[in-house]
Design a protein around this ligand. Structure first.
Ligand code: ADP
Length: 491
């Protein structure tokens, strides 16, 4: 064993989503935004993800590498054909297998999650190892994202098969949202490719089932999550989602690193998806965006409150639905964009039908509408019950659209309450998760909105915030080096 670990210069990201190729939420944006920032620090960073059927290969300039190999999934071997693209100068390898990925949707369809998701993501994880073998590429660190990639660190730590060029690699896992844990019946353990001794409480076993995320958390050299506050919260029974014991045990290896913003995609100065661009120096374009948003959502003028996101309890959609009438009375117009739980879609649809001109709703996933909402809204609602990091509030700050947030996770770490006397702060923050506290801050927002000078100060405070990836990328790089060092001394 050499005395010193080699300097980390090769890192493999394994992720189920990469913006702009495939995205359901913040994970995609992180996997698209962090790699270029790490590359700028000198890393040879490469990504691997599934070749989903819906990805437009031509539009994203993907090319067929001609590389083919087989991937063991339990007793079967599955063919894999590798395609290649790039994000911000980093190669992205897309693992193709028609049986697993040639269908619309990343994880499921209208009937729910796909029944073979376990096998699909075993294929991704084992396929990543086979890819490194085919490329003869000895990454020193494999960085796995969420439960879909969580078997990777477990393979690296338990070595159930020949790891080829990844033999010396350290594994790191990032939790983007602890609500998603990759839970499957225990009798499917054999599909994972993990050694038998992992089929117990010290391994993948989780309250009578197995959890892929847990397998990763138990074995990774380091664990990260996407904000300092969320790193603390997930060690408590309130937000640990049953995983708090595991996370407390690993607390010295658990790090909260705030997500960054890819300002090349999210800045009002150069946003091609907006009807007009604007900047802190000249806000006139925002008025044009406002007008376009009112028209697009069929709204009367008022204090325009935007919402973008998955329609789930997590995102506080029920608080918004319950408060809608009171918000309208206050003079608000609501522009809501999202898809999600059927009962919330139905509740919002009823509100939109009952309040034409006051509630505008688009039940769809649309990048361009998301940008229009950021540019055209006055206030961005993000009353999440919990929020690992949240990106929309950071985008909103840059677009001069102050966010109204619940003090949780990354929302707490990135938004501060506006103080009218001092002219300091960037948004509106409520602490107790209930309708009264939410409405209290909505009223405060309306009061500040009625004072144009104060509102302008608030907008400019937010626009001056800098959440670019550079600082967080440096922290990841330090962590890669420290984790590789520790891993090496244990080899
Ligand atoms: P999460 O990852 O929990 O869904 P984040 O705030 O971290 O939430 O990231 C959400 C990302 O997904 C943002 O880029 C947001 O604009 C985008 N998004 C969510 N829902 C939609 C939608 N219906 N249309 C367009 N973009 C959406």
């Amino acid at each position: 064993m050499p005395d010193t670990a080699p300097k980390v210069d090769k890192v493999l990201f394994v992720t189920p989503e990469v913006t702009p190729l495939a995205k359901t939420g913040g994970l995609g944006d992180v996997a698209g935004g962090l790699p270029p920032a790490l590359r700028a620090l000198g890393l040879d960073l490469r990504l691997v993800m599934p070749l989903y059927g819906h990805i437009d290969r031509k539009a994203h300039s993907l090319s067929d590498t001609g590389l083919e190999f087989t991937v063991p999934v339990a007793a079967d071997v599955k063919p894999c054909r590798v395609w290649q693209g790039q994000v911000g100068g980093c190669p992205v390898y897309l693992l193709g297998n028609d049986q697993y990925f040639s269908r619309p949707g990343l994880y499921g369809d209208v009937y729910g999650d796909f029944g073979d998701n376990l096998a699909r993501f075993v294929f991704l994880c084992r396929g990543a190892v086979e890819l490194a073998r085919a490329l003869e590429w000895p990454a020193q660190v494999v960085h796995a994202h969420d439960w879909q990639a969580a078997l990777l660190p477990a393979y690296l730590a338990t070595r159930p098969f020949d790891l080829g060029p990844l033999d010396q690699a350290a594994g790191i896992i990032t939790i983007h949202n602890l609500a998603f844990q990759g839970i499957y019946p225990r009798h499917d353990f054999h599909l994972t490719g993990l050694p038998h001794y992992m089929d117990n409480m010290e391994g993948a076993e989780y309250w009578g089932n197995i959890s892929l995320l847990k397998a990763g958390l138990m074995t990774a050299g380091a664990i990260t999550t996407v904000s300092p506050t969320y790193a603390q919260e997930i060690q408590t029974p309130e937000l640990g989602m049953g995983m708090e014991g595991v996370l407390r045990r690993r607390s010295t290896d658990l790090h909260g690193i705030i997500n960054g913003v890819d300002y090349s995609q999210w800045s009002p100065e150069g946003d091609a998806l907006l009807p007009a661009t604007y900047s802190a120096k000249d806000l006139s374009g925002k008025t044009i965006c406002r007008g376009a948003l009112l028209k697009e959502f069929g709204l009367h003028d008022g204090l325009i409150m935007g919402f973008i996101g998955r329609l789930t309890h997590q995102k506080g959609v029920n608080l918004i639905a319950e408060a809608t009438e009171a918000l309208i009375e206050m003079g608000a117009s609501l522009a809501l964009l999202g898809t999600g739980d059927a009962y919330l879609e139905a509740a919002l649809s009823r509100l939109a039908a009952r309040h034409p001109g006051r509630v505008g709703l688009k039940l769809t996933f649309s990048e361009s509408l998301a940008h229009l909402l950021q540019g055209g809204s006055d206030l961005m609602l993000m009353p999440s019950s919990f929020e690992p990091c949240g990106l929309n509030q950071m985008y909103a700050l840059r677009y001069g659209t102050p966010p109204l947030v619940h003090a949780t996770g990354g929302l707490k770490d990135t938004v501060s309450s506006f103080d009218r006397a001092k002219g300091a702060g960037t948004g509106f923050v409520f602490t107790k998760f209930d309708g009264e506290a939410f409405m209290g801050q909505a009223h405060e927002a309306a009061r500040v909105f009625a004072q144009p000078d104060a509102w302008r100060r608030l907008m400019l405070n937010g626009m001056a915030q800098d959440f670019s990836w550079t600082a967080s990328a440096r922290r990841y790089l330090e962590l890669y080096q420290a984790t590789a060092q520790k891993h090496h001394s244990n080899l």
